[in-house]
Each structure stands twice: as C-alpha cells, then as structure tokens.
Design a protein around this ligand. Structure first.
Ligand SMILES: [Zn+2]
Length: 328
C-alpha cells in the first residue's frame, strides 16, 4: 500500500505544504505568506498548523492515511525540543522550542531538519543526486546554504546538525563587501538574490545605461527576477551581475571541491532559474581554479531537478524515509 506524509517548507517568505507519496509525487499542496514579522512565535506556528490541518483534512477526504508531518526550517533546530537558532528571516522563532508546539498540534509523528537538508534529501532520493557517492546541493535564494552528501547517502552534520555556514565562504577578499553575518566578502554578498538585487539597484543609482532603470519605479523595488529578465534580453549590466555572481559561486564550489571531493554539484533555489547565466561562469571559474585531481572527479555541475518542490518533498521524506538521504 502506498505511504503518504505531509511535508512543510517553512520559508522566510512563504510556508508551503504538500501531501507527498513514497515516490516523491505531490498529490495536494497549499501555501500561505509567512508572518515573518510576527511578534510571537505562536503566530508563526499557528500558520504552520493551519497549512497542515488543511492538507490533512483534504487528504482524509480522499481516504488517504497520513503517516506524519515533516518540517523544513531555515534555522538550526537544536536538541530534542528543536530550539530555533539563527533565525534572522523569522525573528519571532529565535530561541523558540518548536517541537512541543508542533507535537501538541500535529501529533507525535513529526520530524524536522534544515530546509536545505530537506531539499538535499529530496534531490538525492528523487531528483538529480541519487547516483552519486558524494554530492553537494547548493540552495541560492535570499541566502545561500549547502547540503553535503557523502558515503552514498549520509548528510554532513558537523556543525549544529549542518554542513556549516556554507553561504559565508569567502569569495571576495578584495571587494570585502560587508555581509549580514558580520563578516566580509562572503558568497552571499556576491551570488544571493539579495546581492543581485543590491548590485542592480547600485548600477541604476550610478546612472548606468541599463534597462533595469525602466523596470521598476524605484531601484529599491528591483528583484533578482528583474535582473534575470534583463540579462536574458542581453542587457550588459544585468549580464555582468550574473557573471560576477557565477564566478563567485565557482570560487566557492572550487573550495568545497577541495574539501569534500564531490562527484556532482546541484544548484537549486530561486536564483538557479537563471540557469546558464549563473552556471556558465561558475564552471569556467572551477576550470580555472580547481585542482585537476578534484576537477577530474567532478562529473557534473548542473541545476537541481525538483525546483521549488524540493523543500516540501524533502520534508515529507523525513517521515517516509527517516534514515535520511540514503536509499532504503
Ligand atoms: Zn557572511
């Protein structure tokens, strides 16, 4: 009999939920805006539970038995109470023990992991990563983080259950752009959606000849998708922004290659919609910088397969295949 679980991807902008089967297929889904500026954690939990309850009742209406609910969160979940730590995008959750509240509302069959880990697990099991012994999934959105798979299916979890603050690898020691983490020159200051948006706004303010100046009434309203559209139509400024982002990404990947020796690097998250505009310069930079020994073992740098669904599918996988990323 087919097994089903609910996966919830708690993002800084949107909370997405889905009913997922053991083949990674989404049968029902729903999403709501994250109350990112809520004063109390309970307000955020209330919205998460609303998504779960809605999907559960629709599933039960179809006669589907839900095994449990998995949650992907953008912050570290520490200890058995899943205390949310490093939660700048949803400040109300900082320090909040998420497990008791979700257990009371959703039952005992719940699981939680970093959102990027959930997406990495989904890519490994159902997407583009499964045939590789070692792979790195890089999620590029408002921020950047990596899930690193070794030994054919084990997630690297050496720091707070994660592979570390991989979005803050230093890739720009000369420009030394200040980063939200307090450091300078991090990958996030070069290749994240926030960085792309900030560089586009700067270019417009400097008076560069670019179509970006016409896309929004104010440069502050530009987003990464505007820059992508401009680049696709050949706008020089937009192309240079992606070239720089891709090269920064390539520097970070080359450095990760020298530590983890991946056979595949899979790039996901909203910014990955830029495709070759980003991956082309990243591959060229890897070819320039990486040691041939590691380069020879890297078989592919490509887009992740599951796109925006990876988060919810991975969160459900935490329940359906609780051993993690590896094949059962
Ligand atoms: Zn940083």
């Amino acid at each position: 009999m087919t097994r089903f679980a609910i996966g919830v991807d708690v993002g800084g902008t949107t909370i997405k939920g889905a009913l997922v089967d053991e083949r990674g297929t989404i049968l029902l889904s729903d999403s709501i805006a994250t109350p990112a500026h809520a004063a109390a954690a309970e307000d955020v939990v209330g919205e998460i539970v609303r998504i779960v309850d809605g999907i559960r009742s629709r599933a039960e209406g179809r006669g589907v038995r839900v095994e449990g609910c998995g949650f992907g969160t953008p912050s570290y979940s520490l200890g058995p109470e899943w205390i949310q730590t490093m939660s700048p995008n949803i400040p109300a959750l900082e320090g909040y023990p998420l497990h008791p509240a979700l257990r009371d509302a959703c039952g005992d069959a719940i699981a939680c992991d970093l959102d990027t880990h959930a997406a990495t697990i989904a890519e490994h099991r159902f997407g583009a990563g499964g045939c590789f012994e070692r792979s790195i999934f890089i999620a590029i959105g408002t921020g950047i983080s990596c899930g690193i798979v070794v030994d054919g299916g084990t997630l690297v979890r050496h720091t707070y259950g994660t592979a570390g603050d991989t979005g803050h690898l230093i890739v720009d020691p000369v420009g030394r752009t200040p980063c939200s983490c307090g450091g300078r020159g991090c990958l996030e200051t070069v290749a994240s959606a926030s960085a792309i948006r900030a560089r586009a706004a700067e270019a417009v303010r400097r008076g560069e000849q670019t179509v970006l100046a016409e896309l929004q009434p104010s440069p502050d309203l530009l987003d990464a998708r505007d820059v992508f559209e401009a680049a696709r139509h050949g706008d020089r400024t937009a192309l240079e922004i992606f070239e720089r982002a891709g090269r920064g990404l390539g520097v970070a990947i080359a450095s990760l290659m020298h530590v983890f020796c991946p056979h595949a690097v899979l790039v996901g998250g909203g910014v990955s919609e830029a495709g070759e505009l980003l991956l082309g310069p990243a591959r060229a930079t890897i070819d320039e910088l990486a040691s041939p020994f590691y380069r020879d073992q890297l078989q592919t740098v490509r887009l992740a397969a599951l796109g925006a669904d990876a988060g919810v599918v991975g969160a459900a996988t935490l329940i359906l295949f609780p051993s993690g990323a590896g094949p059962s």
